[in-house]
Design a protein around this ligand. Structure first.
Ligand code: CIZ
Ligand code: SF4
Length: 320
């Protein structure tokens, strides 16, 4: 619409004026992803977002995603100003892992190495030995297991179960889940496969094990995008947030991407394959954040920041 075009023009100008860069997640609105690409920002998964923000020359990072992504950016770049379209965009994994309870769980098993998913608060990261994202979790747990370490894993139980199955590592699980991926249904997927017998099934490991078992490729967002370009199929059923279709379609314009079905329908599912918190990122809020940081700037207490940096740097060092 005209209004969207006007907002985009304002954002382009403001990014330049404020020496800011747009760092967007694959699950945000395609309009935002396209704008990030066009303005020299990035579209990526949470690991790449963290790296990109840390290495960016600009003084201000406009992070379109959810709260933990803004916090991670601030932890890695305390000298930068980190703003978000809204500070209300959270994540069911972060919400389901309050630091008091999680710390008590860790305290009860002091002989375990604490590995937490990036989708957590700065306080939970500060309690951890390692932070991981889905694109590197498997390698890091494999590494720890080879050293004979017993692991506390939090907060996504589906991703944890998948990693445990793949690595055979000894893992104690926190009981959390992503409301988007938890809703994919093996039964409904079975029907979709009958309708599209030539389609390959791509699944993010935050999905239930019964869905993961049906996958032709399992992996993080960036790994699924890679699979969509590399597998010979012309059709894909995709079990992750539908925001990812933007990049898949761009890299494989002649292929067809179909949403994996959720257990509920439009009336009953909580997310229907699109994260409600990612959806809170909009053009107007981005423009407003660039105009006035007040209430949209991310701050992390310095003591917490320094403690959370240790396991984050461990991950980035491992990934390097
Ligand atoms: O589900 C998420 O929020 C993901 C996939 C985050 C990430 O690692 O990019
Ligand atoms: Fe959290 Fe799931 Fe939304 Fe990602 S998609 S931010 S894991 S609720």
């Amino acid at each position: 619409s005209d209004y969207a075009e006007q907002l985009k023009a304002e954002i382009r100008t403001l990014l330049q004026q404020k020496n800011a860069v747009l760092v967007a997640h694959y699950y945000t609105d395609p309009v935002i992803q396209a704008l990030a690409e066009e303005t020299g920002g990035c579209i990526s998964d949470s690991l790449e977002m963290a790296r990109f923000g840390r290495d960016a020359e600009q003084k201000t990072l406009l992070v379109a995603g959810v709260k933990f992504m803004g916090e991670t950016a601030k932890i890695l770049s305390p000298e930068k100003t980190v703003i978000m379209p809204t500070l209300e965009a959270t994540c069911s994994l972060d919400l389901g892992c309050p630091v008091e309870q999680f710390s008590a769980f860790c305290d009860a098993h002091p002989d375990h190495t604490v590995v937490v998913y990036a989708n957590t608060s700065a306080a939970v990261k500060a309690r951890a030995d390692w932070v991981v994202t889905s694109s590197i979790a498997l390698e890091i747990v494999e590494h720890l297991d080879s050293q004979g370490k017993k692991i506390i894993w939090g907060p996504d139980r589906h991703l944890g179960a998948y990693i445990q199955k793949e690595t055979g590592a000894e893992m104690l699980m926190w009981d959390g889940e992503c409301i988007v991926h938890d809703e994919f249904s093996a039964q409904a997927l079975e029907k979709a496969k009958h309708l599209h017998p030539d389609a390959a099934v791509l699944v993010h490991p935050e999905s239930p094990a019964s869905v993961v078992e049906m996958a032709d490729a399992v992996g993080s967002t960036s790994q699924l995008i890679k699979a969509a370009t590399e597998l010979p199929n012309n059709k894909f059923i995709v079990a992750t947030d539908k925001g990812i279709f933007y990049k898949m379609q761009q890299l494989a314009p002649n292929k067809e991407f179909i949403e994996a079905p959720t257990a509920g329908n439009g009336a009953t599912c909580k997310s229907c394959a699109h994260c409600p918190w990612m959806a809170m990122n909009g053009l107007e809020a981005m423009r407003d954040a660039l105009l006035d940081h007040d209430g949209r700037e991310v701050f992390v207490n310095d003591d917490l920041r320094q403690r959370a940096l240790v396991p984050l740097d461990r991950m980035l060092g491992f990934a390097a």
